[in-house]
Design a protein around this ligand. Sequence first.
Ligand code: RIB
Length: 294
Amino acid sequence: MIKIAVVGSSSMDLVVTSPKRPIAGETVLGDSFVTVPGGKGANQAVAAARLGAEVTMVGCVGDDFYGEIILENLKNNGVFTNFVEPVAGEASGTAHITLSEGDNSIIVVKGANDSITPDYVKKAMKIIEGSDIVLVQQEIPEETVEFLAELCEKLQKKLLLNPAPAREISELVIQRSSFITPNEHEFDILFKGRDRSEVLAEYPNKLFITEGKDGVRYFNGEQERVVPSFVVEAVDTTGAGDTFNAAFAVAVAEGKGFEECLLFANRAASISVTKFGAQGGMPTREEVEGSFNS
Ligand code: RIB
């Protein structure tokens, strides 16, 4: 079984559905309110575990009720939580999500996720050393991502950096990462609006731009490729990117070629949007493999 370490956020998603997204200064009446476990790190850990990987999460929760639920949910999904510690006096991370007009908008309050410092990650050194691939996102301190990139380079571990939410990243971190998976908006912030094809050619088999319904664009060393996504009836797109990243990491760790990895990841992501909640629709291995026959 392949081993994955996820260094990242775990949060509680506070989800409102509303027929209309309010503009500044406006109040609208919503339809429903639900709390479900989320956070990009925890989502990716759960997605990878459902796809059959042995996953250890390295993260922090608050010493509150949400923290207990987040931990319980990770365990129920088979994710190892020895390195998910409650932080005394701190609130769990929360994501305030509005689902409206066919899309989501999200405000994240990091809370305990800010306690995932380089020193904290050092405690999980053995786990990182023993992993086939490490996943990280950007809902944790920037210095931790930088530290992890340096560490993975030293240990010669594959690192998948999912640069979400977007912020500028140093060229050194990009060099040290094995894979970077921005969406179009994140790409523009990372590479300051440069031409996609030009940048892709500089990072063959490393930079994978997710373009939603259009699929994933990358440069394979010889030509630019777009691996298409699959058309489904979307209920909730929250967590689709996390499912994509986890599935891609699982497939890469299993030694599949990039085209196959991307097809697998696109399938998994397309299934994930058919149910409510970031983790609600994340598929099992059997569901993804079965979908290739349908
Ligand atoms: O990627 C989706 C996630 O982003 C949500 O679960 C929410 O927690 C936000 O962080």
